[in-house]
Design a protein around this ligand. Structure first.
Ligand code: ISL
Ligand code: CA
Length: 541
C-alpha cells in the first residue's frame, strides 16, 4: 500500500464550529457534507474530524460515551456513511479522532465498573485512597486532582483529564480487544485512518507518587512508557496493517528520541506524530505564561525536528492552539501578509502538512470580552485555579485571551451575512466580530486573499517533487528572517525566504528565479517586503 498520506495535505475540522444546517447553533455532519466542494477546492486530500461520537460534551467530544454512535448534535451513523461515500467520490479521505486513553464517565463500561464485583471494574484504574486522601500526588492536564472519589465503592478512579474522563486500564487485555473492535468498526466503514488522542500516555508503569512539578506531577510514570509501545505494536499488527490507512499520534511532551521510538517505520507503531516543542517556544513552562514570540526559536526547533525524524506531521494550528496569525504573525495591519507567509513556511517543510479549519482564511484569536463567553473546560478550570492563587482578574483574562483553546473554536465564517453564514440559530459559542472582512465567500472571490494564497501554495507544493520529498536544511534563523533550503540532491533545490517583520529587509546573497511570492514579486531583487515569503529556485525546481 502506497504512503499516500505523505503527499496529501490533512484538513482538520472541528465539527461543532464548522457548518450548522438545522439551526441549533451547532455544526453538524450534513454541514460538512454540504461544504465538501469548498474543501475540495482548497486542494487538500484528507479530512480529520475531531470527535463526533456520543458524548456528554464535558470536553467537547473528547469524552466519549459510545464509540459506535454519532452524537445527535452532529447527526446519525447514516449521515456519517453518506459523508464517507461522498468524500470518496470527490477523492477525499476521512480520518477519525481515536480517543482511547479515557472514555466518558457516562460510557456503559464505566457505569458498570462502579460495581467492584463487575468484570468492567478492571477496565479502569480504581484504587483505595491513602489515609484520607487520594492514592497518589498526581496532577491532571486540566488543573485538577487526578483522582475522583466514588462514595459507593469507597475507592478512587484515575483521570488524567477531567473527572468525567476516567482513564482506561491497559493492563487489562480486554480493554485492548475492545479498542481493536472499535478501530475495525470504523475502518470497515471506509475511513482511512486515525488521529490518536494523547496516545503516548496509555500505559501507566506504576501508580507511585511522582516528583512534585509545576504541571503534571506523576507524568514520569506514563509518558511514552514501554507498555505503550507494546500496545501500539499490537494495534498495528492486529488492525492497522490490514487496512489502507495511517495513524498519526498526538504525543505530549515527546523528545525527538521518543518521537523516533513512536513513528520510525521500523518500529511498526505509528506513521507520524504531532510533537509539541515548537508550540512551546513562546511560553514559560506552561502555555498560560506566554513569552515574546521569537521566529528564531521557532525555526530552530522546527529545523531540529526536521532533521531528527524521517517524516514529520507539520502543524501550526489545531483545536487546542491559539490562531497562528495572532501568535506567530500579525493579526492587525499585516494579518493577510503574515498569514500567507506562515502558509508558505508550513507547506515548504518536509512532511505531511496539517491545516486547521479557518487557518486558510487567516482567522484570528477570539475577540471575547469576558470569561463567561468561554466554553472550554480547561480554560474554566485554569481560571478557577489562578483565582484561588489570587491572580487578579485582568491578568487572568489576558492569559485566557492569549492561550485559551476557545481561540481555535470560534465558528467558521462562511459569509459576511447573519451569523457569518455558520448558522440560522444562536451559535453555541461567539462568532468573531471580524467576520465581515474574514469570511470564505469574500476570500473566494478575491485573488489576493489569504484563501487564494493557500490554494496557490497547495498547488505549487503538489507539483514540486523537491517540496514533497526533498531534504531540509536551515540556512538562517533570526528574529527578522527565516531562510531554509529543500533539495533533491545535486542542483535540484529551492530556497524559502520568510520575512517575519513589518519592514522591507534585504536578507543577503541569495539568487534564483522567483517560483512563488506571497507579495507578487516577479523578479528577485534581493529584498523581501513586509511579511513576504519567496521561494527561489532553478528552472528544474
Ligand atoms: O491543551 C493542550 C495543548 O496546549 C494540551 O494540554 C492538551 O490537552 C493535550 O495535548 C491533550 O489534548 C488532547 O486530549 C485532550 C483533549 O482535551 C484535547 O482537545 C485533545 O487534543 C483530552 O482528550
Ligand atoms: Ca446543527
Amino acid at each position: 500500500m502506497s504512503d499516500w498520506w505523505k503527499t496529501e495535505i490533512v484538513y482538520q475540522i472541528y465539527p461543532r464550529s464548522f457548518q450548522d444546517t438545522n439551526n441549533d447553533g451547532i455544526g453538524d455532519l450534513p454541514g460538512i457534507l454540504s461544504r465538501l466542494p469548498e474543501i475540495k477546492r482548497l486542494g487538500v486530500g484528507i479530512l480529520w474530524l475531531s470527535p463526533v461520537y456520543a458524548s456528554p460534551n464535558d470536553d467537547n467530544g473528547y469524552d466519549i460515551s459510545d464509540y459506535r454512535s454519532i452524537h445527535p448534535d452532529f447527526g446519525t451513523l447514516e449521515d456519517m456513511d453518506r459523508l464517507i461515500a461522498e468524500a470518496r467520490r470527490l477523492d477525499l479521505r476521512i480520518v477519525m479522532d481515536l480517543v482511547i486513553n479515557h472514555t466518558s464517565d457516562e460510557h456503559e463500561w464505566f457505569r458498570k465498573s462502579r460495581d467492584p464485583q463487575s468484570p468492567y471494574r478492571d477496565y479502569y484504574i480504581w484504587k483505595p485512597g491513602v489515609g484520607d486522601g487520594p492514592p497518589n500526588n498526581w496532577t491532571s492536564f486540566f488543573a485538577e486532582d487526578c483522582w475522583e472519589f466514588d462514595p459507593a465503592s469507597g475507592e478512587y478512579y484515575l483521570h488524567l483529564f477531567s473527572r468525567k474522563q476516567p482513564d482506561l486500564n491497559y493492563r487489562n487485555p480486554a480493554v485492548l480487544r475492545e479498542v481493536e473492535e472499535i478501530m475495525r468498526f470504523w475502518l470497515e466503514k471506509g475511513i482511512s485512518g486515525f488521529r490518536c488522542d494523547v496516545i503516548n500516555v496509555l500505559f501507566k508503569d506504576s501508580l507511585d507518587d511522582g516528583k512534585k512539578k509545576l504541571i503534571l506531577t506523576g507524568s514520569e510514570h506514563y509518558i511514552s512508557r514501554e507498555g505503550t509501545h507494546e500496545i501500539l505494536r499490537t494495534l498495528r499488527r492486529d488492525v492497522l496493517s490490514r487496512y489502507d490507512c495511517f495513524a498519526v499520534g498526538e504525543t505530549v511532551f515527546v523528545t525527538p528520541q521518543m518521537g523516533r521510538d513512536l513513528c520510525e517505520p521500523s518500529r511498526g507503531e505509528l506513521d507520524m506524530i504531532f510533537s509539541f516543542e515548537h508550540m512551546e517556544t513562546d511560553q514559560y513552562i506552561v502555555k498560560w505564561f506566554r513569552r515574546r514570540f521569537s521566529p528564531r526559536r521557532l525555526a530552530k526547533v522546527i529545523a531540529r525536528w526536521q532533521g531528527e525524524l524521517t517524516w514529520n506531521a507539520n502543524y501550526f494550528e489545531n483545536h487546542d492552539q491559539p490562531r497562528s496569525v495572532s501568535r506567530f504573525g500579525d493579526d492587525s495591519l499585516y494579518r493577510s501578509a503574515s498569514a500567507k507567509m506562515l502558509c508558505v513556511f508550513l507547506l515548504s517543510l518536509r512532511g505531511t502538512p496539517f491545516l486547521y479549519q479557518g487557518q486558510e482564511l487567516g482567522m484570528t484569536n477570539f475577540d471575547y470580552e469576558s470569561m463567561d463567553e468561554l466554553r472550554d473546560i480547561e480554560s474554566r478550570n485554569v481560571d478557577k485555579m489562578l483565582k484561588r492563587l489570587h491572580f487578579p482578574s485582568g491578568i487572568r483574562w489576558r492569559m485566557m485571551q492569549k492561550s485559551s483553546r476557545d481561540n481555535a473554536r470560534t465558528p467558521y465564517p462562511w459569509t459576511a451575512g447573519k451569523e457569518a453564514g455558520f448558522t440560522d440559530g444562536t451559535p453555541w459559542i461567539g462568532i468573531n466580530k471580524n467576520y465581515s472582512e474574514i469570511n470564505y465567500d469574500m476570500e473566494d472571490r478575491d485573488p489576493d486573499s489569504v484563501l487564494a494564497s493557500y490554494r496557490r501554495m497547495i498547488r505549487f507544493r503538489a507539483e514540486s517533487p523537491i517540496l514533497l520529498t526533498g531534504s531540509f536544511r536551515l540556512l538562517r534563523a533570526t528574529n527578522r528572517s527565516v531562510i531554509f533550503e529543500r533539495s533533491l540532491g545535486g542542483e535540484r533545490r529551492v530556497t524559502v525566504l520568510l520575512n517575519f517583520t513589518k519592514r522591507t529587509i534585504r536578507p543577503g546573497n541569495f539568487a534564483g528565479k522567483v517560483l512563488l511570492s506571497t507579495a507578487g514579486t516577479a523578479e528577485w531583487t534581493g529584498r523581501l517586503l513586509p511579511y513576504e515569503a519567496v521561494i527561489l529556485g532553478g528552472d528544474d525546481a
